[in-house]
Design a protein around this ligand. Structure first.
Ligand SMILES: Nc1nc2c(ncn2[C@@H]2O[C@H](COP(=O)(O)OP(=O)(O)OP(=O)(O)O)[C@@H](O)[C@H]2O)c(=O)[nH]1
Ligand SMILES: [Mg+2]
Length: 791
């Protein structure tokens, strides 16, 4: 045994040392002492658990983040100085011995290699070492690294692919394949670092991450899971993993399961997902499974306060001692006074449940039809009041959040303290996103320049400088921030450490290299002009006292509290406090029109159409397109290889628009198109021809001298007609179009009056369809033919 081990060890070490080098003595079971000092990142006290030195956290030490960073860069220097050849060889030997020993240990312990959760002696040793050196080449200087999820061995970009091979089980050394990942690394499953994306194509990385998350060797063992009070048997585990709808993340722990509804949650907690129903676990659902104290029950389980709040938001009466029966097809029944009734007749229930990722049935409940397709009755209000849903949608970045916020400022209630806090956090979090986009871009630009001068060599001279170079201190901050974002650890760091790095963020922004990078912002994807607006006053925005102004709110991206879905109720009728007399169609009737503006993030709609289904009863679909998108390009990874597909954003918008108008549920629903960002479009169209977008290739403007319209006005009417023609070709109906510059409140006010007029007019179309249509169209209707090149 000892002899074989020595032989193996010598073989491995021979491969790693230069030809002719003498082989050091093999010492059984000895781990070579680590040599290089570890590097500590400037971790916040939130993210620091177990990794930072006690005095390094700026908050704990009372020092600024900068002090901490300087000590970090000092330690970086010391490591770099001390990493000589002898040490590299010694580290190489450590790695080889480690691996050899791990094989021995595994044989001795007879682990279940197909399951995870085992901390080996070897893992402990490597973790203790935790060296910032590559385990293959021993080099300490590296920009990014990747680690083996089993043994924690770290590899630099030059060695990672050689050491991990094709990664059939994700990021594991070749010698660790088949072995379980260490428990502490489980959170990293499927979350890779930047290094892999740089070395491999998007699709390859995606496949590796998929394998990492799904392969059996990385799953929990049955004995690590308890469901309804009983430890799982292997066959129960197999059924759970193979069922059509398994839990998304299965970590070791104690869970409860409601076999009738499929609700699944951690013991003592509310449901966190719906999985397949009727799985045959031995244990039965306990009344106290989720530790509820509400005296309201779902399938015998006393529900939590949170669930009760959701039910109440959905306007479902839940007096004490109510029992709900919930089935796996989403039907909900209430057992009240011995009578069962369906609660899904309320559109609001469906809305709120979906909002909280709870189960909703598809289509109306059994035996029920909605009385009116386009009007949802508001509970507890007079029968005369109807809420008309306005469904606001558009491509990401088209300005729907800004329009939504303008509507809230114009017609809604004031932002509450909590909402302002949410917006403040959103702005601050986005600022880290902007600075990381800039830092990443800077790194790319710098590398491109160095590669040009070094003829494509990978290792550039560390002392080389160019206009994109930053000081080692800022570089260290950059590496840390980009890593923390790439590994998904940002949430732990934010918002607690926000203020600590405020001055550093502002310093980074003012650095000449970043300013040079910002000049090339068109090459940086998803960097809005709001970046400059906020980053230039980082210290103010990150301060405790900061309260976002209305302007800040409009410049910020997104809508709190949930970026995916938000809604406000308002009225424009006379009699309502914020109403304005405007419409020809407003009759002096007693009927009050309430509107509910619903903003849905396009991503949710594109990914799956569940939101669209939720809003089948909308009154008007308001589709927003950024006019400036005609010259904007988005990049998508191609299905095969490392190439990316570049797509014009106007064509993307067109595609989403077509997708929306093809939805069966919107067959009879009027569409209003808002052509937004006209303020920017006015400038851009003089710089970049509209025909840049292939859909607009036949745009042929009349010379402004010969027309009473500017180029921008002609271009706007042409785009409007392109959408109208498209809409007509698919629906044989007319599209309503209006213009907006969402940061300008007046334009949004006009747009909403127009939208509500469309709704009213649609009600009356039986009577005066053609008159109304003509008057509305007269605002925008200029034939596209007038601007089309005649063949
Ligand atoms: N100049 C100008 N900027 C605008 C206009 N509309 C929106 N913006 C800005 O564009 C950026 C993105 O706008 P959002 O309203 O967040 O876009 P969105 O469609 O909601 O995008 P997501 O929330 O990211 O899905 C923000 O910084 C807005 O201030 C406009 O009409 N003119
Ligand atoms: Mg937005």
């Amino acid at each position: 045994m000892e002899r074989n081990a020595r032989q193996d060890w010598e073989d491995i070490v021979r491969k790693m040392l230069p030809l002719g080098a003498s082989i050091p003595q093999y010492r059984s079971m000895e781990i070579f002492p680590p040599v290089a000092e570890p590097i500590y990142f400037p971790v916040s006290n939130v993210a620091s658990s177990g990794t930072s030195r006690p005095n390094c956290s700026p908050r704990l030490s009372g020092n600024s983040g900068l002090d901490c960073l300087s000590s970090v860069s000092a330690s970086l220097g010391s490591v770099q100085d001390s990493s000589n050849n002898a040490r590299q060889q010694s580290l190489g030997r450590t790695s080889a011995v480690d691996r050899l020993e791990s094989q021995e240990v595994d044989k001795e312990h007879n682990f279940y290699p197909e399951y995870v959760g085992i901390t080996t002696e070897k893992n402990e040793n490597k973790k203790k070492g935790n060296r910032r050196v590559c385990y293959t080449c021993g080099k300490g200087k590296w920009k990014t690294k990747e680690l083996c999820l089993v043994c924690d061995a770290k590899y630099c970009s030059s060695c990672v692919l050689r050491s991990m091979g094709s990664m059939p089980e994700g990021r594991k050394c070749v010698t660790c394949i088949g072995k379980p990942v260490t428990e502490s690394n489980r959170v990293l499953l499927g979350r890779h670092r930047r290094l892999l994306s740089r070395l491999l194509g998007h699709l390859e990385v995606k496949q590796i991450m998929k394998a990492e998350k799904e392969c059996l060797a990385n799953h929990c063992r049955p004995e690590q899971l308890t469901v309804n009070g009983y430890t799982l048997k292997p066959e129960e585990m197999a059924e759970l993993l193979r069922c059509p709808l398994p839990p998304r993340k299965l970590n070791p722990g104690r869970y409860w399961y409601d076999m009738d509804s499929g609700m699944w949650g951690k013991e003592g907690k509310r449901p966190n997902s719906i999985i397949s129903s009727h799985l045959s676990f031995y244990g039965r659902l306990n009344q106290n499974a989720s530790d509820g104290d509400t005296d309201v029950h779902i399938n015998g389980r006393e529900i939590t306060k949170f669930e009760l709040r959701v039910l109440k938001m959905a306007k479902i009466q839940c007096p004490r001692s109510t029992n709900f029966w919930v089935y796996d097809d989403g039907r909900y029944e209430e057992e009240a006074n011995g009578r069962r009734k369906y609660i899904w007749e309320k559109a609001m229930s469906r809305f709120v449940f979906t909002l909280f990722s709870l189960h909703v049935p598809r289509g109306p409940p059994r035996g029920q039809r909605y009385v009116s397709r386009n009007h949802a009755i508001v509970p507890n209000l007079s029968e005369k009041i109807t809420v008309q849903k306005l469904f606001l949608i558009g491509l990401q970045g088209s300005g729907i959040s800004t329009i939504f916020k303008q509507a809230k400022i114009l017609y809604g209630t004031k932002f509450t303290f909590e909402e302002l806090q949410d917006i403040k956090f959103m702005i601050q979090s986005n600022m880290y996103k902007y600075i990381s986009i800039l830092l990443d871009g800077r790194e790319r630009f710098e590398e491109t320049i160095f590669n040009l001068f070094s003829g494509g060599g990978v290792d550039s001279d560390e002392s080389a400088q160019c206009i994109y170079s930053i000081s080692p201190r800022l570089k260290h901050f950059s590496d840390w921030l980009l890593d923390i974002i790439a590994t998904g650890g940002f949430d732990a760091f934010f918002p607690a450490a926000t203020r600590e790095y405020a001055s550093l963020v502002e310093e980074v922004w003012k650095d000449p290299a970043i300013q040079e990078t910002y000049k090339r912002k068109d090459e940086l994807h998803f960097l809005p002009d709001a970046a400059e607006y906020f980053l230039s006053r980082a210290v103010e925005v990150f301060s405790d006292e900061y309260e976002p102004s209305e302007r800040d709110i409009l410049y910020s991206e997104g809508v709190p509290p949930l970026n995916a879905l938000a809604f406000i109720d308002f009225s424009l009728d006379s009699g309502s406090p914020k109403s304005r007399p405007y419409s020809n169609f407003t009759e002096p009737s007693t009927r009050l029109s309430l509107y509910q503006l619903i903003r849905v993030n396009a991503k949710g709609v594109i990914d799956d159409c569940k939101w669209v289904e939720m809003f089948e009863d909308v009154r008007v679909v308001v589709f927003c397109v950024a006019l400036t998108d005609y010259e904007q390009i988005s990049s998508f990874p191609m299905k095969s290889g490392t190439k990316v597909l570049l797509r014009n954003r106007m064509l993307e918008s067109k595609e989403l628009f077509e997708k929306m108008i093809r939805q069966n549920c919107y067959e009879d629903t009027p569409f209003v198109l808002i052509l937004n960002k006209y303020d920017l479009f006015k400038e851009n169209v003089n710089r970049v021809p509209l025909s840049t977008c292939e859909w607009f290739s036949d745009f042929s403007p009349v010379q402004p001298d010969h027309s009473n319209q500017t180029l921008a006005q002609q271009a706007y009417h042409y785009v409007a007609m392109k959408f109208k023609d498209l809409y007509f070709s698919l629906t044989s109906r007319k599209l309503f179009v209006c213009q907006a510059s969402a940061r300008d409140r007046v334009t949004i006010d006009k747009a909403f009056k127009f939208i509500t007029d469309v709704a009213k007019w649609d009600d009356k179309k039986e009577d005066n369809y053609f008159d109304a249509e003509d008057s509305l169209y007269s605002k925008t209707d200029v034939s596209s033919l007038s601007f089309t090149r005649q063949e």
